[in-house]
Design a protein around this ligand. Structure first.
Ligand code: APR
Length: 240
């Protein structure tokens, strides 16, 4: 039998159904700043206090949200596929911890994680959701540097797990993009890559993403409502 692998890419839309805040007001600003200003290495260099407050707000917000039916359906999918000896990789652009809290195991956080801090000096990482004071930096426990930065990928930085993602895309026979607008690269290029590799492609989003086309099975609607049905459809399509 041909080896099969299901690869998923998730984005902000799946977390939206858990109430994860975007922290942008109607003008797309946070406390009067474009979000890009607080999500770049330059922003951190110029005003680390501001950037730290932004991320401490987001880190604190993790305790206020729970995984939803879409996250849980993807855990069921993973378990069914693994039991049937079908490959599974979930790539997420989300920096929240909802997939792992739901129980997903094979997960690649390509844009990093809010729950992790990284030393900008020695590079050591620490999982930390205890220090949430927006006014106080966390010093590095390893080299003593005055402050750790959030271990998230900022605009202009290279995403994590690119070799692992490339490997999964090379094996991919079915690809699902869930709750992602298809505008931020390189993640946005994965849907086209999947088609080029001959994979069947499914897309869930509120509106047709920029990178979708008629070859995709488009399932519009809220992830928490659509993804459980989509998982059933996929399991049937795989003949499991
Ligand atoms: N269910 C399904 N899809 C939804 C829902 C929902 N409840 N709510 C919104 N969406 C869809 C929107 O229609 C949109 O297509 O999710 C997509 C969200 O798009 P973006 O906000 O651009 O999020 P994402 O694609 O994850 O952004 C990629 O950009 O901001 C950076 O680094 C950040 O990881 C992020 C990256």
């Amino acid at each position: 039998m041909t080896a099969r692998e299901v690869v998923l890419l998730t984005g902000a839309g799946i977390s939206a159904d858990s109430g994860v805040a975007t922290f942008r007001d109607a003008d797309g600003l946070w406390e009067g700043h474009p979000v890009e200003q607080v999500a770049t290495p330059q922003g951190w260099d110029q005003d680390p206090e501001l950037v730290w407050r932004f991320y401490q707000e987001r880190r604190s917000g993790l305790a206020q949200v729970e995984p939803n039916a879409a996250h849980r359906a993807l855990v069921e999918l993973e378990q069914r596929l693994i039991a049937a000896d079908v490959g599974f990789t979930l790539i997420t652009q989300n920096v929240d911890d909802l997939h792992e809290r739901a129980g997903t195991r094979r997960l690649l956080h390509m844009h990093g994680e809010l729950a992790v801090l990284r030393c900008e000096s020695c590079g050591v990482r620490a999982r930390d959701l205890e220090h949430l004071d927006p006014e106080t930096f966390v010093p590095c426990g390893s080299c003593g540097h005055v402050r750790l930065r959030p271990d998230v990928i900022w605009f202009g930085e290279l995403p994590y797990f690119l070799p692992e993602i490339e490997g999964a895309m090379g094996r991919c026979t079915e690809f699902l993009a869930i709750g992602t607008s298809g505008v931020v690269y390189p993640a946005a290029g994965l849907l086209e890559l999947a088609r080029e590799c001959g994979a069947r492609t499914w897309v869930n989003s509120l509106e047709l993403p920029d990178n979708a086309d008629r070859r995709d099975f488009f399932r519009p609607g809220r992830a928490a409502e659509v993804v459980p049905t989509l998982v059933t459809e996929l399991i049937e399509a795989l003949g499991l």
